[in-house]
Design a protein around this ligand. Structure first.
Ligand code: NAP
Length: 276
């Protein structure tokens, strides 16, 4: 029987997940189909019941359902529970179990460039859902020092307070983050600032960035945000959000099939799709 997978979100038409997963299913000769489901917030409960009733094998969850889905599931893995958000659901013998592959996907995306992640003094810009997944996953991985700057400082304080893993964290104001920037080996931009169409905006000035630092922006539209352009001009290493997107998908695919799929060709496909 053909296995069924999908992604639930609103909006969903723009999602590149169907292209990615259907490519991998074909590549590995797995008889399966991955479909985008436009699910309004008020229909999420019924949708999850339906997915379970017709034996869907697994699905991804995207904006705005990553938090709301948690009470509708039969179980949740500890990291996803700590993060407080689920992006991947696996049907394990009739029980829907939630996982979060966003944070682990981000970490995996850095493996080639950064071998000593634990030693890198890190600044996270932002304290939304993606920042939460990245901060908790990096803390779980053993990164010793991760400071946070967010427009709304209370949200950053809340992240720090709720992190169940051992990590040294200072919450910074914008001016402080800009002044102390030279202290950081790794800067991770997780806000929506700089995303198309507001491509001329940047969350902080990177005047004090060291040229041996590494700057990530998890946005992938545009492929090179203003902060990445400026970091590149200063000679720093840069990475956009394409690799994180591909790895969060690869880790979901592995949870569903036991196969960690090839990612290089997929990054190429996604980059091309985004005009790179
Ligand atoms: P979210 O939960 O809504 O968080 C948004 C963050 O952006 C918050 O820190 C918010 O600060 C900040 N922000 C928004 N508008 C701002 C403004 N005008 N000035 C200053 N700060 C502002 O969103 P999310 O789910 O974390 O997603 C954030 C970005 O990551 C999006 O661009 C999304 O596309 C991208 N993303 C990429 C991937 C990937 O796989 N590459 C995965 C997930 C998300 P406040 O707390 O002050 O509101």
């Amino acid at each position: 029987m053909i296995k069924l997978y999908g992604v639930a979100g609103d909006p969903i038409a723009h999602s590149m997940s169907p292209k990615m997963h259907n490519y991998w299913f074909e590549l590995y000769g797995i008889e399966a189909c991955y479909h985008p489901f436009l699910i309004k917030e008020e229909n999420l409960r019924d949708a999850v019941k339906g997915f379970k009733a017709f034996g869907m094998n697994g699905f991804n969850v995207t904006v705005p359902h990553k938090v709301a889905i948690i009470p509708l599931l039969d179980g949740i893995d500890p990291l996803a529970k700590a993060i407080g958000a689920v992006n991947t659901v696996v049907n394990e013998n009739g029980k829907l179990i939630g996982y979060n592959t966003d944070g682990p996907g981000f970490i995996k995306s850095l493996e080639k460039e950064i071998s000593d992640l634990e030693q890198r003094k890190t600044l996270i810009i932002g304290a939304g859902g993606a920042a939460r997944a990245i901060y908790f996953s990096m803390a779980e991985r053993g990164v010793g020092e991760i400071d946070i700057f967010n427009r709304t400082a209370e949200k950053a304080e809340q992240l720090k307070k709720e992190c169940p893993f051992d990590v040294k964290t200072k919450i910074l104001e914008k001016e402080e983050a800009e002044k102390l920037l030279a202290e950081y080996d790794l800067i991770i931009q997780t806000t929506s600032i700089g995303m198309s169409p507001r491509i001329d905006e940047s969350p902080i000035s990177i005047h004090n960035l060291r040229k041996d630092a590494f700057v990530c922006d998890i946005i992938y539209n545009p492929l090179k945000t203003k902060i990445l352009q400026e970091a590149e001009e200063k000679g720093a290493g840069i990475k956009n959000g394409v690799d994180m997107f591909v790895y969060q998908g690869a880790l979901a695919f592995e949870k569903w099939t036991g196969i960690f799929p090839e990612t290089d060709k997929m990054k190429e496909i996604i980059n091309k799709q985004l005009g790179g």
